[in-house]
Ligand binder design. Structure first.
Ligand SMILES: [Zn+2]
Length: 437
C-alpha cells in the first residue's frame, strides 16, 4: 500500500495510525512483529538526504513500540550490487577496470577500508549511531553468500516468464523480438568467475544439475555455476526487493517519489512479491528528498559539501533528529550547510528555550523528547558563532573553550557540569576545520 501524508496532525501520529489500520486489514495480529526497513546501495559517498529515509523508518518503529507493538528495524545494504557510479574525486578512465564488479570486490580508492562498499557503509553506520539510530544491518553480499536466498532464486527462475510479463506487460501483444527476449530472459545479475564483472549473459538453467550457464561479454568466459555450490550472482533489483520483503516479512518502508509511480519499482516489485514469492509489499510512505538551497541536483562539485558525515559532524545529533521530525516527510526541505549553520542552531535554541521557559505546546514537548532521546545536545542556547570563537581562541582545547564560555555573563553561575553540557556544541565547532578548506 502506498501512503501519502494528508497533514493536519503531527505526521508521526498520522503514519502510525494509518499503518496500524492497514495492518489490521492484512490480518497482522497485535503480537506479530512489525518489521520496518530502509536501505541503499553503498555505491558512492553518501548524501545527507539519504539519512531521511532511515530516520523516518526509525521514528515510525519507535512510535509503534511506544504503542506496545513489537518492532524490528532493518537497514539493507545492497553491497552485492555492481559498481557503476563514478565518484566525484576520480574519473571513469582511472577506475574503468572495476566498473561492473560487486561493490565488495572494488578497492577503496581513498584507502583505509577493505573495499569501496565497506568504506561508505562504515562511515554511514557511524553517522547513524551518532544520531541515535541503531538498525539491524543486513548486508546483502553476506546473505547471498550464506545461501539463504537460493530457494527464492530457484522460484524466480521457475517463474521467469511471469517476471518478464510483469515488467513488460504493457507491451503486449509481444512482437517476435519480445517473444525471443522472453524466451531468453533470466531475472538474474550474474558476475563472471574470471573478471568478476556483471557483463554477463545467462544462457540457460539446467534443473537436474541446478546450474546456470553464462557467457561473459567482457572477457569471453563461457562457464557455469552450480546454485548450491558456487553461484556468484543475485536477483535483479526489482525481484530482489520483492524477495526480501517476503523473506523478512517487511511491513513498513519509506519510498522516494520515483519509486512510487504507477510503473515504478514499488508497483513492479509488489506484483513480483505476490505472483512469484507468495509475499506482500509493505505499507510504503512517500517521502521527498532533501536538497541544498538553489540546487536541484547535487553535482559532482557539490558532492563533498552534501555528505552525510558533514551533517553529523557539524550539527548536534538532537538537531538533526529535530529536522527530520519537524519537517513532514511529504515536504521537501533543504539544508544549507554553507550559510545556514548559524540559523539552524539559532532556530533550535529558540525551540529549546520554549521548552525550558514553559511556553512550549504539548506537541513541542513531544518532539523535543523524541529529538533528544538517547543523543547528545548542548544544554545552553549559546550562539553557534560564539562557540566557534571560543573554540578558536582556545586553540581547539575543549576545556579551555568551555571555561571561556563560562566567563560570559549568563553562564558565570552555571552548574559544575557546565563543561559536559556544552561539549556537544564545542565538538561540532571543532569539526568545522575538517569540512572547510
Ligand atoms: Zn568476464
Amino acid at each position: 500500500m502506498k501512503y501519502e501524508i494528508k497533514g493536519g496532525s503531527f505526521w508521526l501520529d498520522e503514519v502510525a495510525d494509518a499503518l496500524l489500520l492497514y495492518l489490521d486489514t492484512v490480518s497482522v495480529s497485535a503480537n506479530d512483529t512489525i518489521t520496518c526497513a530502509a536501505g541503499m546501495t553503498p555505491s558512492c559517498p553518501i548524501h545527507f538526504g539519504i539519512l531521511r529515509e532511515i530516520a523516518i523508518s526509525h521514528f515510525v518503529a519507535e512510535e509503534l513500540s511506544r504503542r506496545g507493538r513489537k518492532t524490528r528495524l532493518i537497514y539493507y545494504w545492497d553491497d552485492f550490487d555492481h559498481f557503476c557510479k563514478i565518484p566525484w574525486f576520480t574519473t571513469r578512465e582511472a577506475i574503468k577496470d572495476h566498473i561492473g564488479k560487486p561493490l565488495g570486490k572494488v578497492p577503496d580508492f581513498q584507502g583505509g577500508y577493505p573495499s569501496y562498499g565497506e568504506h561508505y557503509m562504515k562511515v554511514f553506520e557511524d553517522g547513524l549511531k551518532t544520531i541515535g539510530i541503531h538498525p539491524e544491518y543486513n548486508y546483502q553480499s553476506q546473505v547471498y553468500a550464506s545461501g539463504a536466498y537460493l530457494k527464492y532464486i530457484r522460484q524466480a527462475i521457475e517463474k521467469r516468464d511471469v517476471i518478464f510479463d510483469i515488467i513488460n506487460g504493457e507491451k503486449k501483444p509481444y512482437d517476435d523480438k519480445l517473444l525471443a527476449a522472453r524466451e531468453a530472459y533470466y531475472p538474474l545479475e550474474v558476475y563472471c568467475s574470471q573478471c568478476q564483472r556483471d557483463l554477463v549473459t545467462v544462457t540457460g538453467y539446467d534443473q537436474e544439475s541446478d546450474s546456470i550457464s553464462y557467457e561473459c561479454r567482457a572477457c569471453g568466459t563461457v562457464s557455469s555455476y552450480t546454485l548450491n555450490d558456487s553461484f556468484f550472482g543475485k536477483l535483479m533489483w526489482k525481484a530482489n526487493w520483492a524477495m526480501r520483503w517476503t523473506d523478512d516479512i517487511v511491513r513498513y518502508e519509506s519510498s522516494g517519489e520515483n519509486q512510487l509511480t504507477e510503473t515504478g519499482s514499488y508497483a513492479v516489485s509488489s506484483r513480483i512479491a505476490e505472483q512469484v514469492f507468495g509475499g506482500q509489499a509493505p505499507f510504503s510512505l512517500l517521502y521527498r528528498f532533501i536538497g541544498i538551497p538553489g540546487i536541484a541536483k547535487v553535482s559532482r562539485a557539490q558532492g563533498e559539501k552534501s555528505l552525510s558525515t558533514r551533517l553529523t559532524d557539524l550539527l548536534e545529533p538532537a538537531i538533526i533528529r529535530w529536522l527530520f521530525l519537524k519537517n513532514s516527510p511529504d515536504k521537501p526541505f533543504s539544508i544549507d550547510m554553507d550559510n545556514g549553520l548559524n540559523r539552524m542552531y539559532h532556530e533550535w535554541d529558540l525551540f529549546m528555550t520554549k521548552i525550558t521557559d514553559g511556553s512550549a505546546t504539548a506537541e513541542d514537548k513531544r518532539i523535543f523528547g523524541l529529538a533528544t532521546k538517547g543523543v547528545e545536545f548542548c544544554r545552553y542556547p549559546i550562539p553557534f558563532r560564539t562557540v566557534i570563537a571560543a573554540t578558536g581562541i582556545a586553540g581547539g582545547d575543549e576545556k579551555k573553550a568551555a571555561e571561556l564560555l563560562r566567563s560570559i555573563h549568563p553562564y558565570k553561575d552555571a552548574e559544575p557540569d557546565f563543561f559536559t553540557k556544552v561539549l556537544p556544541r564545542i565538538k561540532c565547532t571543532k569539526n568545522l576545520s575538517i569540512h572547510t578548506e
